[in-house]
Design a protein around this ligand. Structure first.
Ligand SMILES: NC(=O)c1ccc[n+]([C@@H]2O[C@H](COP(=O)([O-])OP(=O)(O)OC[C@H]3O[C@@H](n4cnc5c(N)ncnc54)[C@H](O)[C@@H]3O)[C@@H](O)[C@H]2O)c1
Length: 387
């Protein structure tokens, strides 16, 4: 018989919707024993939260997140609130012995992330951070190709994550919708918001980043605060470019901005090794590009007139996750990355395996983010300490 997995969600915005969709569809696609039950959602505005709860099927609404985190009828706390709230919610949830899935970036800084790791490890509760891009089947396939040794000795890693929604000086900081521009709520700008994803994927594919040197920029230095109406200095990095040295000797470049006119969510990666390369672009999410330097022909490895990039349509049943969806040649979407992450997490809970990325893993990403911000300030190379 199915076991109930009773969900308490904090925050009902963009991620609240994406995760609720995943909870609702889990058993339609993943063969797991647990069945999510949408018990409670917490947010400050009861009326808005109630409308969300009615739409998505949550049983009740709370305006104080602590009531959800400590509720007897909640097994899993899902943290979908802005970054400055992650610490307190996670500490309280761990104390209450709940499983915790937390949105990225895990924390505002390394000190907070360390406290969160300590709390979940002491409580012994299953935990995961929603670095969902790992669960794009094409990126999971890239991981498989790298693990199989088909890229060979890695030399270069290249990541971009570009958006264009904060170019206008009229965009406020703080408040609903624009909290990402408020340093006290977000912790950092594009580094924690966008590059954290790129860093998580990079270290998953290519191992730890040992040191970084960064250039960060705040293009609009004062913005009105959406809540107070006061014009205040802007503390976040609007754009960030950094060089990285991986522990395996590869060099990396990372670029992120919210000022790349025309780019809405342009998230790309490329890894070039001695024997091959992989390239991915989120605007073309069902494809992985793979270059194989030498292919087996008549028992010999050769480079010949057929050598070149392969554009793999990641939709065969042999591809990661694709055996649980439709028929070969058909595709899945953004929302499935959260469903895949949840499926992996629940399978991990059931098998006793630690699903990655857990809090310990996300702490390593946080270390790189903090080192990038520090380097942006000092303009010097900074050791990350990431493992
Ligand atoms: N994995 C991803 O790709 C991805 C994408 C977007 C956002 N995120 C992360 O998810 C988190 C939420 O981002 P979002 O885009 O959903 O934000 P959002 O602004 O759309 O939603 C935030 C929600 O938190 C609620 N909230 C704010 N203060 C609260 C409080 N004191 N108590 C309870 N609820 C409160 C708001 O009412 C809102 O429902 C952030 O950490 C963000 O970095 C991750």
């Amino acid at each position: 018989m199915a076991k109930e997995l009773r969900i308490g969600m904090i925050g009902y915005g963009f991620m609240g919707r994406a995760h609720s969709n995943a909870f609702k569809r889990l058993n339609d696609f993943f063969s797991v024993e647990h069945r999510p039950v949408l018990k409670a959602v917490a947010a400050r505005n009861r009326e808005n939260a109630q409308a969300f709860a009615d739409n998505w099927g949550y049983e009740r609404v709370e305006t104080d997140w602590r009531k959800v985190v400590t509720a007897d009828d909640v097994d899993l706390v899902d943290v979908c609130a802005p970054n400055h709230l992650h610490l307190d919610i996670v500490l309280a949830a761990a104390e209450a012995g709940k499983m915790i899935c937390c949105e990225k970036p895990l924390a505002m800084n390394v000190a907070e992330a360390e406290a969160m790791v300590e709390a979940v490890e002491k409580a012994g509760v299953p935990n995961m951070v929603w670095y969902n891009y790992r669960r794009v089947p094409a990126i999971s396939l890239a991981k498989q190709i790298v693990t199989e040794g088909r890229v060979g000795k890695p030399f270069h890693y290249r990541a971009t994550y570009l958006q264009d929604w904060t170019i206008s000086e009229g965009v406020p900081q703080g408040g609903p919708g624009t909290w990402r521009l408020d340093i006290d709520v977000a912790g950092s700008g594009v580094t924690g918001d966008l590059l954290a994803h790129s860093i998580d994927t990079a270290m998953w594919l290519n191992g730890p980043i040992a040191r970084v040197v960064a250039s960060t920029r705040t293009f609009v230095t004062e913005r009105m605060h959406a809540v107070t109406g006061k014009v205040q200095p802007v503390g976040i990095d609007d754009a960030c470019m950094f060089l990285a040295e991986f522990e395996n000797g590869a060099m990396g470049t990372f670029e992120s901005t919210r000022y790349a006119r025309g780019r809405k969510n342009y998230n790309t990666l490329e890894l070039n090794g001695a024997d091959g390369a992989v390239y991915f672009d989120l605007e073309d999410p069902e494809h992985l590009h793979f270059f194989e330097y030498q292919q087996m022909q008549s028992g010999k490895k050769v480079e010949d007139h057929l050598t070149g990039w392969r554009k793999i349509h990641v939709s065969n049943h042999e591809h990661p996750y694709m055996d649980i969806y439709w028929v070969p040649g058909t595709t899945i979407g953004y929302e499935h990355t959260f469903l895949n992450a949840l499926g992996d997490f629940v399978q991990g809970v059931e098998s006793g395996e630690h699903t990655q990325p857990d809090f310990q893993c996300a702490l390593q990403t946080q270390k790189v983010c903090d080192a990038v911000i520090e380097s942006g300030r000092t303009r010097e190379w900074v050791e990350t300490g990431a493992e």
